[in-house]
Design a protein around this ligand. Structure first.
Ligand code: GYE
Length: 625
């Protein structure tokens, strides 16, 4: 062959090689055809658990549709076919491909956790639907499946209308956390009604036809069933088909998901196939919106966003759909917000109050704020005052968790939505509150204990811990304690030997140490303080008794205020778990969203760090409260 011939052959080989490469890439990724990373500003990789469950398909559709609204973004997605090993290699391929951010909807949250924390070291990761362990990701978005189960329970109770009722529960995969949580919520509600008996069957594939087959097997025994509760609308449809075939059209059916489109739950409700669906948002739209905020480095992106679910029946279907389609409109009047604050007990609190005031000012919102001085009665009176004044939104930092049902019902009757800032409450009806914005206190407690375990892992002797608790009955107190104790239970040799309440104040912390010293020789190895002010009070008491804080006793605190970080820098405190008080901007954004008709997530959990001697010099510079 002459030289020209050789060249042509080379060219043909190259073209074939290129084609093979392109084909390989196309088969690796589904979704939008991959573009070269240089062609767009942002390339977002989606690692999907599977593309067969309808829920996942709706999620993908939402992501694609939302991404189309941005012209500088491309999506590239992989399908793990419900195989965790494949999902791990999919994620690696997406990384090799040069994605700027990863969105992952895990097959199995536990198996994927190490990969997610690995990837998170190099690019942001948004986790959807099933939470991975720890906090090694940028953002988690998902539903609250326990609440979904509770809502289904309420639906069944209403369908039973005070009569005896036998329920057939068609669960999905019983090992999935979503199934466990839904079942827990459901049993919690029907547990109060002895006339309602329920039995469970499982359809591990969660598919329509499999559910139909299972129900068909019941044959005549369906005679004894009044209500079927299926853990998704597709299984509900399968159950309906079986019920019709067997001639038991009186059986009422409740499903979960509430998607639009043919055979979606909303349509099933409209056609009278099921009596009710509980919506389970996929978070696809929010995932893209937050991904863009993360990529653009917008500040204040939360750590977790838990989405709201709704009960939809024929009665409210039209209204629900209209709301889904409505475009938010910014209110063209000055918005009034009533802010029922806790008091001025701590440095955190003062920073939180100032943040809310400053953000309201920035947004042109008229803020009426009342200080309850750590007294719930006063706080309830403040809420009533706001109701009487007809404010647009009420924000409460509730002193304690319980005792809110009545006044919140009054706010609802007056048509005033309520937001919770930095503390949670326990009410019978979760829908009395629009949203909680604040920290994950259980995680804070867990982090405190995890740090201690790491720090003392070479110590052989038992470790005695003194706990300085916050205000009795306040959610940060209960949950920090719970998170700390959960982690402590995994570690033999560690015990809390002295635990008292110090009301989150400097004086409170100081008093606990003094009282201890009146009765005991100092034999405490570690102090775990629920906030910085109490820790600093303890530091003063220790120094007055010639005990060297940070050296003779390790001190762990929560909040991350400047005085505590300074004490950490001086070696008097050893570890501070952050709890962010600067919630004003997020709260005012929520107020803006609410008053323009947007739906808020159920919970918005803030992003938080942990401070130790290793990072304190770098971090303290950024602290201004
Ligand atoms: O940690 C503590 C305070 O509600 C999260 O209240 C807040 C807590 C905070 O007074 O310092």
């Amino acid at each position: 062959m002459n030289e020209d011939g050789q060249n042509i052959k080379k060219i043909i080989w190259r073209v074939l090689a290129m084609l093979a490469l392109i084909l390989m890439l196309l088969s690796m990724f589904s979704g939008c055809p991959p573009k070269s990373p240089d062609e767009v500003e942002y390339l977002i990789g989606i690692s999907q658990a599977n593309m067969r469950e309808p829920w996942r398909l709706v999620l993908m559709r939402e992501i694609q549709e939302e991404a189309k609204k941005y012209d500088n973004v491309r999506i590239v997605s992989t399908d793990a076919t419900q195989n965790s090993d494949k999902q791990v290699s999919d994620i690696k391929r997406l990384l090799d491909y040069g994605v700027d951010l990863l969105i992952v909807s895990p097959c199995d949250a536990q198996k994927i956790t190490p990969v997610v924390s690995d990837v998170y070291q190099s690019i942001p990761v948004v986790v959807l639907d099933r939470a991975v362990e720890g906090f090694d990701y940028s953002l988690f978005i998902g539903p609250d499946n326990t609440i979904i189960g509770k809502q289904a329970g309420e639906a069944v109770v209403e369908l039973a209308a005070g009569e005896q009722a036998r329920v057939l529960e068609i669960c999905g995969d019983t090992s999935a956390q979503a199934t466990i949580d839904r079942s827990k919520g459901f049993s919690y509600v029907i547990g109060d009604y002895p006339g309602i008996q329920s039995m469970q069957i499982s359809v591990p594939t969660e598919a329509r036809d499999a559910a139909e087959e299972q129900v068909l097997k019941y044959g005549q025994e369906l005679e004894n069933i009044d209500v079927i509760f299926a853990y998704n609308d597709y299984m509900a449809l399968g159950a309906y088909r079986a019920v019709m075939k067997l001639g038991y059209q009186d059986i009422k059916i409740v499903g979960i998901d509430g998607f639009t489109g043919e055979d979606g739950g909303l349509e099933l409700v409209r056609r009278g196939i099921i009596s009710e669906t509980i919506t389970c948002p996929t978070g696809g739209k929010e995932a893209v919106q937050y991904a863009m905020d993360i990529l653009k480095e917008v500040s204040g992106v939360p750590k977790q966003v838990i989405l709201r679910s709704h009960r939809v029946t024929k009665e409210n279907l039209d209204e629900y759909q209209a709301r889904l389609e409505a475009q938010p409109v910014k209110a063209d009047r000055i918005i009034q917000v009533g802010y029922a604050q806790v008091g001025t007990e701590s440095t955190f609190r003062i920073a939180a109050n100032n943040s809310v005031k400053a953000a309201a000012k920035d947004e042109g919102i008229n803020l009426l704020s009342l200080d309850a001085d750590q007294d719930q009665e006063r706080q309830i009176a403040a809420v009533r005052e706001f109701i009487a004044r007809g404010v647009d939104v009420i924000v409460i930092s509730p002193v304690v968790e319980t005792g809110w049902d009545e006044v919140l019902q009054e706010a609802r009757d007056a048509g005033i939505p309520v937001l919770l800032s930095d503390r949670k409450i326990m009410v019978e009806d979760d829908s009395l509150v629009m949203s909680y914005i604040g920290a994950d206190f259980i995680e804070e407690g867990r982090r405190a204990m995890k740090w201690l375990l790491e720090e003392t892992k070479s110590q052989k002797k038992p470790i005695k811990i003194m706990e300085l608790q916050g205000t009795k009955g306040a959610s940060p107190t209960t949950e920090r304690k719970q998170g700390f104790e959960d982690a402590l239970l995994t570690a033999p040799g560690y015990s809390i030997v002295y635990s008292r309440g110090g009301d989150f104040t400097y004086e409170g912390g100081k008093r606990i140490v003094e009282e201890y010293l009146k009765e005991h020789e100092w034999e405490i190895d570690v102090i775990f303080s629920h906030n910085d002010d109490m820790a600093l009070g303890a530091v003063e008491a220790l120094e007055e008794h010639d005990i060297n804080p940070g050296v003779d006793v390790k001190i762990i605190s929560v909040d991350g205020t400047k005085p505590a970080l300074t004490a950490l820098q001086e070696g008097k405190i050893n570890c501070v778990v952050e709890c962010n008080p600067l919630l004003g901007p997020q709260l005012m954004k929520a107020v803006g969203d609410l008053t323009s008709g947007k739906e808020l997530p159920l919970r918005i959990i803030t992003d938080e760090k942990i401070f130790t001697k290793e990072n304190i010099n770098r971090e303290i510079k950024n602290r201004n409260y």
